[in-house]
Design a protein around this ligand. Structure first.
Ligand code: HEC
Length: 152
């Protein structure tokens, strides 16, 4: 207990460094977060294109996962020192992210909103799901266009 209190006191005294993380670990977490988005949108895109049979329960599950990911605040995953200028070859996160954090947050909020709308209709049929999915895909694209490099 005493140790815990001391640790808490140290954390309070050094807010910037007490929870400092290894930048590469943070990039791994960030890419894992976006990989989960990709893994959940993939089957929905396959259903929308008719490559996979539409399955209402499966569609609803993936859409609920996308909505859940939208309620996670990802901004701490963009810690300073983790752009592709800082860590070439490890990340595609462009330095523009750190110059436009408000816009990045707004673009993520647009994704979250579209994902909620998708979750509301994904189990209602292929056409309903497909229309809402297109709107989600546009929010992915909008952020990638401005803030993700083509290559590592
Ligand atoms: C607010 C901005 C933003 C939104 C919205 C966004 N992404 Fe990304 N995404 C990024 C950035 C930045 C990276 C690069 C991360 C890195 O390399 O560190 C990325 C990387 C990825 C990756 C590659 C992960 C890896 O392992 O390299 C996938 C897959 C991905 N995004 C899918 C999606 C999908 C699918 C959506 C929408 C459902 C989406 N993203 C929405 C910013 C965004």
């Amino acid at each position: 207990m005493r140790k815990l209190l001391l640790a808490a006191a140290a954390a309070a005294a050094l807010p910037g460094t007490a929870f400092a993380q290894d930048p590469s670990d943070l990039v791994d977490a960030r890419q894992g977060f976006f990989t989960l988005m990709g893994l959940n949108i993939g089957p929905l895109a396959g259903m929308a294109r008719g490559e996979i049979d539409y399955d209402a329960a499966r569609a609803a599950t993936h859409a609920a996962n996308l909505a859940a990911l939208g309620s996670y605040n990802p901004m701490a995953l963009f810690a300073p020192g983790t752009s592709n200028a800082d860590l070439p070859g490890e990340t595609r996160a462009l330095p523009a992210i750190w110059e436009n954090t408000d816009d990045v947050g707004a673009k993520f909020a647009a994704y979250a909103e579209a994902a909620q709308a998708l979750a509301a209709v994904a189990g209602d049929g292929r056409a309903e799901m497909g229309a809402a999915l297109g709107a989600v895909g546009q929010t992915c694209q909008a952020c990638h266009d401005d803030y993700r490099a083509e290559d590592f």
